[in-house]
Design a protein around this ligand. Sequence first.
Ligand SMILES: *Cc1c(COP(=O)(O)O)cnc(C)c1O
Length: 391
Amino acid sequence: MPDQFKPETLALRTGIHRSQFNEHSEAIYLTSSFVFDNATQAAARFSGEESGNIYSRFTNPTVTALEERLAAMEGAETCVATSSGMSAILACVMGLLSAGDHIVASQSLFGATVNLFNNILKKFGVETTFVSATDVGMWEAAVKPNTKLFFLETPSNPLTEISDISELAKVAKNAGVWLAVDNCFCTPVLQKPLALGADIVIHSATKYLDGQGRVLGGAVLGNRELMMEGGVYGFLRTAGPTLSAFNAWVILKGLETLKVRMDAHSRNALQIAQWLEAHPNVNRVFYPGLPSHPQYKLANRQQSTGGGIVTFEIKGDRAAAWRVIDQTQLISITANLGDAKTTITHPASTTHGRISQEARDAAGITDGLLRIAVGLEAVEDIQADLATGLG
Ligand SMILES: *Cc1c(COP(=O)(O)O)cnc(C)c1O
């Protein structure tokens, strides 16, 4: 597929391998294994002499179709699909790092990622230093001789801090470490980390890539050397956090509408953010598409729109924040995001509830903070639903 095609075209026209039936919509190959013509072919497949499918823990045509499509959209050489976003991060670190290696990571990461780095990887001899998402100097200063990986998310959850991917890519290159970016909030439609110098892109396909809250999935993308046999794929095919063919198919179909959905999420989110910013009972709004965002210029340069996540701090305590949630009739009270349906959550008592009050204060996760993942309902209806509890 020519490189000049835009992501929305690539999302519809790549990864298509029609069967003998010439189906127009992608087929699903629900099979755990694949048959060989004879023993010679079986041996050739297993030795790698002949390419082709063997067993769906290794490869499956529906999963391969998704991998090709996502790789085209992110501008990556290769993609390895995984069973969830967390298993994508696990496959990335287990495939590329060894005991004794060191990670420098943003302190504004998804909660489970922090737990994975802090509690699980530490048991296997991989240490992580957490630094500010926005202070490039801190990343540089945290590099040790055994540092192998920089890991970040931008915009961050829930405060939408923006990390400067190009600047951090330069630091990473100088230090000889890989830069991995979790591109979950933006998707390749809004931001392409590899084009900005990152080495690895991570996705939780559970969020916007599916986009309708149906399945879990994940992906790791990068060059062939990092992704293949000796790296991420080598871990995946042996350890087995493989994406199911059914989930791959759901996500493939989700990708077809990613661009129109992201445009609509961003449009609705900007309107909600502007309305909240003008609301007398709101202290502060965190949204990269607002000129009041501390990194508005960087966000404008790095991502094409502000995305769908709006966080705001109300004037009041936890009870007042919970009142806004409890008064909603339309918006779903759930911590998931990237769904067509608008969702609302109170980070201090849910996604960030397990960390200490001190750590929450340091991270700016106050009791008055609410996060909405703005969906595709009419923006007036979302606004009216929030207005009830806001007073
Ligand atoms: C949800 C999420 C993950 C984890 O993805 P799962 O599919 O739930 O495993 C990782 N990173 C970010 C930014 C997320 O929002």
